[in-house]
Each structure stands twice: as structure tokens, then as C-alpha cells.
Ligand binder design. Structure first.
Ligand code: NAD
Length: 477
């Protein structure tokens, strides 16, 4: 495939340039790198019509044939890995090694998901009747993705939706549309026309989709604030929704860890992808017995980390992805400065082009501070001292969010016991952010509705149908 700077939507198997375009910015330079089509409502209507037309054929295709197509899509990403990696770095900002990891993950997700099947349950098989419950596709899925992991989070939706026999209209974030548009070129070669349509546009396109009567389901990944709007907008037509939303994950570090050995791992729990991960550690509770040495070890490691343009050799942390998020992170830092909290590193704006924020670590800000209570989604981490497990669990759970969380300790059983008391969709012990296509992933409380991944995630793209067949009915001759 050519990575030649041409970006078009895919609607019903045809490439569509759109009647208008918008600029896509490289966050490391603040320069426009390409333009993407700005879909109109007519483009959206055409994509929905194409997806609906393709639905009976795709739903009627044997599941093994659908799996073969998903495998081929995954292989095609791997075959174009270098192009996707460079493109993703240029539009998202993340360093090359992370961009490559994300693209490989996207290919892997499509392929690994094919291990799953749609189960059938025999409820009764008697002399009188046979009753079977099965899972059938819903129809047309509207998929809306965010900018932090544009490739893999789109595949979180494509893989289960298409495997289950649905067709899709996929919309990436306007900040990171390019890699998804290139993925659409692969889809055009591999999938029947209309099975996967990709459209791009500005702030109106998402709300047009969620209100559109032609969708049977909306699968959304983004902020909790937008998730509420999506749910409200989907309600009048009772569309199914899966909402993967924001988080404020707590890490709890027990006093028996080896401080020197764990510092680097804990740093990356918070700062991978510049902190722009829904399941990044966003507040780190450290036991009082090791608070000072671990704090110092994390700060010492932070000072060795190279922040810069993700396309440059050696860069470990790139810029914030976009100007809105940049402004939000700076606002949270300013609030912490205004309140007089102690900064261990950072706390200043970087005076260079690009949306760069220096690694910022805060020393024990109050529990009710904004930086502890809100999702920062950037390179700012509060370290917080605790001395009592019941108290720290209560603090970890005192949030409207419930996405992830982690417990770290040498006493693995104690750590596991604490993990079970955290009210989040996923809790890790002695690691973090490990996700699998074969495991359910989702948020409790206001971090989401429903799950992606695993059989549970696959079934969210289906309707449950029970078929009952009477045997030897009296009138059957
Ligand atoms: P966002 O909510 O601003 O945007 C997400 C997507 O929704 C984009 O494609 C956007 O164009 C679209 N959109 C915006 N307004 C809309 C509306 N009213 N109706 C429909 N669509 C609309 O989120 P973001 O800033 O792109 O992503 C960051 C957020 O996403 C963070 O809160 C993060 O925690 C969350 N996130 C969650 C997960 C998860 O799996 N739970 C994964 C990644 C990111």
C-alpha cells in the first residue's frame, strides 16, 4: 500500500474525497501534515445505506469465512507495519516504538479474536420440543473512536462486530483520522463492499451518528462527558450502546516492594503514551514506610526519560496529542501551582513548538485536590502517602470512575486480596495495562457501560434469540 498523503473515506466500497476537508496537525510541530475528508450528513447517510445493504450478505456468510477475512485484515496491517507506524507517530505524537507496538496490537487483535465463536445453548431437548438460545448479529454498528490509540481501539470494535456478522460505519477522532483512513484501503481490498465504511469529519459527525435512525448499535470509546451525550442521543431509537469511557485509576503500593526495582515500572504505569491512556495510573498511593525512598527513585528515573518528537531516535515520551488536551493539562498544573502544592519535577510549560508538557510529579497533594480527583490524561502524576489499607481502599473507590486499578506488593496474596476490594472493571496485581482480546474489558460506575473483549464483548454485538421447535405436534401429519 502507498502511504502517499492521499486520504479518502470508504463508503460502499468506493473511495470518497468529500466536498470539504480539515487539516490534521502533527502535535510535535503544530504543523498540518495532511487533510482529511469532512463528511456531510449526505456522506453519513450513504455510508449507513451501504452498510445496511451489505448486512444480509455478511450476516449470511459462514462465520469461518468471516474469520478468514479478519485474519487477512490483520495480516495486511502487519504487511504495512512500517507505513502505519510512521503515520501514527506523525498524527498522534507517540514515539515510534509505541506506535509500532500499537499497530502490531491492532493486527494481532483482529487475528486473535477469531479464536472466539458464537455459542448456542440447548435449553431443552425432550420428546416434546427442542429449545435453543443463539446469538444473531444486530445489524449496522456505528463505531466512534478516540485519539489516544486510534488504531487498536478501532480494532477493539471492528473485530467483534464483524465476527458476529454486523456491518459497520467507523469514525476515528478528527485529531487522528489518517491511520484509520489507510486501514480503510486495506478493508476495500479484503472485505465485500459496504461491510466496513470509514468516514471522517468534525465535531458534528459524532452527534449525527448517534442520532441517526439507521444504526442498531453505537460502540463508543472516549470521555465520560461525551459518553453521557452518546447515551442520551441513542435513547430515542433505543440503540444498543457500548461505552468505554474515562478513568482515574489508583495504584496502591505496599511497603514490602523492592523500591529500586519497582520505580521504573511504576513510572511507566503512569507515563506510557504521555499519560494519555484510559487505564494509566492517574494517582499513586504509596505506603508511608517507603514513601520517601520510592518517591525519590521514581523522580530520579523520571529525570532520565527523553521527551521529544516521537519520530526522533531515542524519544521515550512524545507531545500531548492536541491543543484542547494540552490546554486542559496545563490548566490542572496551574491549579496545583495556585494551591501551592509541591512539584518534584515539571510544573512548567515547555517553551518549544509542539504540545509538550514536561514530566510533572507532585508530592502528596491533598486527596480532594483536582489533580487527584480528576482524570488528567497527560504527563502529570500525584504521589500520595497512605498508612492504612482500609483507608486507601476507601480513597481508591471514592470516585465516579471505575475503569482500572493496580496493587503492587511482594505479599502476593495480600495484594490479591486488596485488588478484589477495588471497584473497577479491571484490577491488576504486580503489573498493569495488560489487555487481551480474549478477556472482557470495561468500566464500572461512570467509566462505561458494557465491555469489549472476550466472549462477553463479542456477545454485545449480538441479539439473543431463542428458537423453540415443537416435536410431534398433533396437527403434523
Ligand atoms: P472524546 O469523548 O472527546 O471523543 C471521542 C470520540 O467521540 C471522537 O471520535 C470524537 O470526535 C467523538 N465525539 C465527540 N463529541 C461527540 C458527541 N457529542 N457525540 C458522538 N461522538 C462525539 O474523547 P477523546 O478526548 O478522544 O479521548 C480521551 C478520553 O477517552 C479519555 O477520557 C479516556 O480515558 C477515554 N478513553 C477510554 C477508553 C476505554 O476503553 N475506556 C480508551 C481510550 C480512551
Amino acid at each position: 500500500m502507498e502511504f502517499n498523503g492521499t486520504y479518502r473515506m470508504l463508503i460502499g466500497g468506493e473511495f470518497v474525497a468529500g466536498s470539504a476537508t480539515f487539516d490534521v496537525i502533527n502535535p510535535a510541530t503544530e504543523e498540518a501534515i495532511a487533510s482529511a475528508p469532512d463528511a456531510t450528513q449526505t456522506d453519513l447517510d450513504a455510508a449507513v445505506v451501504a452498510a445496511r445493504k451489505a448486512f444480509p450478505g455478511w450476516a449470511g456468510t459462514p462465520i469461518e469465512a468471516r474469520k478468514a477475512k479478519l485474519n487477512a485484515l490483520g495480516d495486511a496491517i502487519f504487511a504495512n507495519l512500517d507505513g502505519f507506524t510512521r503515520l501514527l507517530t506523525s498524527e498522534q505524537g507517540k514515539p515510534h516504538h509505541e506506535a509500532q507496538g500499537e499497530c502490531m496490537g491492532a493486527g494481532y487483535w483482529l487475528k486473535a479474536f477469531t479464536a472466539l465463536d458464537l455459542p448456542e445453548t440447548v435449553n431443552e431437548d425432550s420428546d416434546e420440543r427442542i429449545s435453543i438460545t443463539r446469538h444473531v448479529p444486530l445489524g449496522v454498528v456505528g463505531a466512534i473512536a478516540p485519539w489516544n490509540f486510534p488504531m487498536i481501539l478501532a480494532m477493539f470494535k471492528v473485530a467483534p462486530a464483524l465476527l458476529a456478522g454486523n456491518t459497520m460505519v467507523l469514525k476515528p477522532s478528527p485529531f487522528t483520522p489518517l491511520s484509520t483512513l489507510k486501514f480503510a484501503e486495506l478493508a476495500a481490498e479484503i472485505l465485500p463492499a459496504g461491510v466496513l465504511n470509514v468516514i471522517t469529519g468534525g465535531d458534528s459527525l459524532g452527534p449525527w451518528m448517534t442520532a441517526h435512525p439507521g444504526f442498531d448499535k453505537i460502540s463508543f470509546t472516549g470521555s465520560t462527558q461525551t459518553g453521557r451525550r452518546v447515551m442520551a442521543s441513542a435513547a430515542p431509537t433505543l440503540k444498543r450502546v457500548t461505552l468505554e469511557l474515562g478513568g482515574n485509576d489508583a495504584a496502591i503500593v505496599m511497603p514490602d516492594v523492592d523500591v529500586e526495582k519497582i520505580a521504573e515500572q511504576l513510572f511507566w504505569a503512569a507515563f506510557t503514551n504521555n499519560g494519555q491512556i484510559c487505564i494509566a495510573t492517574k494517582r499513586m498511593y504509596i505506603h508511608k514506610d517507603i514513601y520517601e525512598p520510592l518517591r525519590d527513585a521514581i523522580v530520579a528515573y523520571a529525570k532520565t526519560v527523553k521527551v521529544g518528537d516521537g519520530s526522533e531516535q531515542g524519544t521515550q515520551i512524545g507531545p500531548i496529542n492536541n491543543s484542547q488536551q494540552y490546554a486542559r493539562v496545563l490548566e490542572l498544573i496551574q491549579d496545583a501551582r495556585d494551591k501551592g502544592y509541591t512539584f518534584l519535577t515539571g510544573g512548567e510549560k515547555a517553551e518549544v513548538p509542539g504540545y509538550f508538557v514536561p514530566i510533572t510529579i507532585l508530592d502528596n497533594p491533598p486527596e480532594d485536590s483536582r489533580i487527584v480527583q480528576e482524570e488528567q490524561f497527560g504527563p502529570v502524576l500525584p504521589l500520595i502517602r497512605f498508612d492504612d489499607y482500609d483507608d486507601v481502599i476507601a480513597r481508591a473507590n471514592a470516585s465516579d470512575y471505575g475503569l482500572g486499578g493496580s496493587v503492587w506488593g511482594s505479599d502476593e496474596d495480600k495484594a490479591f486480596e486488596l485488588a478484589q476490594r477495588i471497584q473497577s472493571g479491571t484490577v491488576w496485581v504486580n503489573e498493569t495495562q495488560h489487555l487481551s482480546p480474549l478477556a472482557a474489558f470495561g468500566g464500572m460506575k461512570q467509566s462505561g457501560v458494557g465491555v469489549e473483549g472476550g466472549l462477553e464483548g463479542l456477545l454485545e454485538y449480538t441479539a439473543t434469540q431463542t428458537l423453540v421447535r415443537r416435536k410431534k405436534a398433533a396437527f403434523v401429519s
